[in-house]
Design a protein around this ligand. Structure first.
Ligand code: GSH
Length: 381
């Protein structure tokens, strides 16, 4: 038991990354209590953590954790039994790469399927409004369309979606289902007998969005029932249920080709181009790789940090393990875009070092800027 336990988890039921963290805490049997993040809680989180995002965690000794990826790393140190990182460092690197891709690259199609189909937009607008506002007396017939509009604009219309790429963004989801279905017909988790960080990266979009949102969940139930079953395994099974004997498997076989190829040829070039835009001080950039274009997509500082972290993980490998990773990924396109133009510093290491004590409260003006203009990604300084 960690000296920081038990934990308070600030979460929302519709939230992508809250679902990822909740299922991890459940699997590892880490003691936590849920607190719903309606508007007053969100303001309080903003004051104490510097960002108005969920999930966030408060430890029993008053420290804070934020961002699901560093949180999983931190919890792994506190609770080392049934690790979600394979002990083979080369496979662990691949698992981290898949986690990052799942976390960040599937966000866009998850937004498409939640906010583009009209029925989903109306229903999920109502859900987000009621979850955020809690008991605040704002009529939902005003708040629901406002939230739906804000999400659709922020994450799609003002983030590189065009008539030309609209269908490609939509189909990113069904392409994933086609790749995942045979894997889950064969084995219970992405890398073998037990969940790994790769599963948690995928779970974020697959559970709270694709597997639950009105339109995408119908597609999943009809086209990929084995993926649907994996969602409930991920949500329900604990380390005690599965036992300590873990059999890890490398992501080999034809059905992995699409995922690994997409990581090397589409996602890593995205991380590279995003990092270059960040370095040049550009708020937006025109992404293009592997037949996909996202004109004027928003530059995201957090994803510059994600790239930096992957570079650091790779540097920590022995020469022999690096060679094994390189040889494994060579057939899929390789890691060249991860290292192109070297390390670009996101300047976020201090912000993402956890746990941290309550932070200096941010100004009301900053909060209003975030609230009014939907700058959900890069918190204004
Ligand atoms: N990188 C973070 C991101 C947390 C995050 O983006 N949370 C979303 C909900 S899933 C959020 O709170 N967004 C606030 C907003 O869009 O205004 C993680 O891994 O936890």
């Amino acid at each position: 038991m960690s000296k920081h336990a038990p934990f308070k988890l600030f979460r929302m039921d519709i939230s992508y990354f809250s679902g990822k963290l909740e299922s991890y805490l459940n699997y590892k049997e880490i003691p936590f209590e849920r607190e719903e993040a309606h508007h007053t809680v969100l303001f309080d989180l903003f004051k104490k953590t510097g960002t108005m995002k969920v999930p966030a965690v408060k430890t029993s000794d008053g420290l804070w954790l934020k961002d699901s990826t560093p949180m999983l790393r931190w919890f792994e140190k506190e609770y080392p039994n049934n690790p979600v990182l394979p002990e083979d460092p080369a496979l662990a690197f691949i698992a981290l790469l898949v986690e990052d891709y799942g976390d960040e690259w599937l966000w866009r199609p998850a937004m498409w399927w939640r906010w583009m189909p009209k029925g989903s937009r109306r229903l999920m607008g109502y859900r987000i409004a009621t979850e955020v506002l809690g008991s605040l007396p704002v009529p939902t017939f005003i708040a629901a369309p406002y939230f739906a509009w804000r999400q659709k604009k922020t994450w799609l219309d003002w983030d590189g979606m065009t008539k030309a790429n609209h269908d490609q963004i939509r189909d990113m989801y069904t392409d994933q289902l086609a790749a995942l279905e045979p894997i889950f017909k064969r084995q219970p988790y992405l890398l073998g007998s037990h969940p790994s960080v790769a599963d948690y990266g995928y779970f974020a979009s697959m559970f709270r969005h694709f597997g639950n949102d009105p339109e995408s969940s119908i597609v999943m139930r009809q086209q990929a029932p084995a993926v649907y079953e994996w969602l409930s395994r991920m949500w329900y099974r604990t380390a005690t249920d599965l036992g300590p004997e873990i059999q890890w498997q490398w992501p080999e076989g034809d059905d992995w080709g699409f995922i690994l190829g997409d990581i090397c040829k589409t996602y890593l070039p995205y991380l590279h181009q995003n990092a270059l835009a960040f370095k040049a001080g550009k708020k937006r950039f025109d992404y293009a790789a592997n037949g996909l274009e996202l004109p004027s997509t928003v530059t995201t500082d957090y994803r510059v940090w994600c790239r930096q972290e992957l570079q650091r993980e790779y540097q920590r490998l022995s020469d022999q393990d690096r060679q094994r990773v390189d040889e494994f990924l060579a057939a899929h396109g390789g890691l060249a875009p991860l290292f192109a133009d070297g390390e670009i510093d996101a300047g976020m290491d201090a912000d993402l070092t956890i746990p941290f004590p309550e932070r200096e409260p941010r100004s009301l003006l900053t909060l209003l800027k975030i609230w009014a203009f939907g700058t959900a990604r890069n918190v204004p300084k």
